[in-house]
Design a protein around this ligand. Structure first.
Ligand code: KIV
Length: 264
């Protein structure tokens, strides 16, 4: 009997909230890991601009370009058969307004198989979200800590402005956002926001009451320092270090390659 995989799309992703199913998302940046996450059954994969930090080694997400985002998003989406794939709009690809945003998001949808984009939503971006949705481009709106504003914020801090966050989340929903990502928001406030909108909320450092959770893949795998909000489900840093050390020793001592790895 063939086992058909039902692909998720934006409406099916949104419907997970009313079905009472917790939504599971992770970031991915390349074909191999995206295929593994998809096969493991995650609902959504974000090609996050966190790639600037965990893949490129920058101190923040600001250097990521549209060209790089398309490069990574294309690889990820090509690997995915089932999950909803969302790509981040990088810094300065939408801040100039609706026209620039439609062009940037349109290029991502045209050149990759991503189904949606995410943008860091302030009040200034409401008309951007509205214009993107009007152009048929699904938007996930990112609230709370907005890493693209790191220089204005002065650090990665918990966002506590209750009135503003609830009002802005409702406004983003009204503008047509299909989901709301909450980063570094107190758990009780995230619960209130989640109850005040119909669309799913996806939390990162936002407690257990969101409709779903997302983690940066490198944090889940224990690749480097694990931040306070995250949990490492493996210690890949140790596994990789041990494997490379074993290889080093075997080459040094003439144990690798053995006969079985050589051609006669
Ligand atoms: O770029 C990213 O990885 C993000 C996280 C908040 C999930 O936006």
């Amino acid at each position: 009997m063939s086992h058909r995989i039902e692909p998720l799309n934006v409406p099916k992703f949104v419907a997970l909230k009313s079905a009472g199913q917790k939504i599971v998302m992770l970031t991915a940046y390349d074909y191999t890991t995206a295929a593994l996450l998809d096969a493991a059954g995650v609902h959504g994969i974000l090609v996050g601009d966190s790639l600037g930090m965990v893949v490129q080694g920058h101190p923040n997400t600001l250097p990521v370009t549209m060209k790089q985002m398309i490069y990574h998003a294309e690889m990820v989406a090509r690997a995915v058969k089932r999950a909803l794939v969302v790509a981040d709009l990088p810094f300065l690809s939408y801040q100039l307004g609706p026209k620039q945003a439609i062009k940037s998001a349109g290029l991502i949808l045209k050149h990759t198989r991503c189904q949606a984009v995410k943008l860091e939503q302030g009040p200034e971006q409401l008309e951007v979200t509205q214009a993107l949705v009007g152009a048929g481009i699904p938007v996930m709106a990112h609230f709370g800590l907005r890493p693209q504003s790191i220089h204005q914020l002065g650090g990665y801090r918990v966002a506590r402005d209750r009135g503003r966050l609830i009002q802005e989340a409702k406004a983003a929903e009204q503008a047509g956002a299909f989901a709301i990502l909450l980063e570094y928001v107190p758990a009780e406030l995230a619960r209130e926001i989640t109850a005040s909108v119909q669309v799913p909320t996806i939390g990162i450092g936002a407690g257990p009451h969101c409709d779903g959770q997302i983690l940066v893949l490198h944090d889940l795998l224990g690749l480097g320092r694990v931040p306070r909000h995250a949990k490492a489900y493996a210690n890949l840093q140790q596994i990789i270090t041990d494997a490379v050390s074993a290889y080093f020793q075997e080459v040094q001592h003439g144990k690798f390659p053995g006969q079985e790895h050589s051609f006669q």
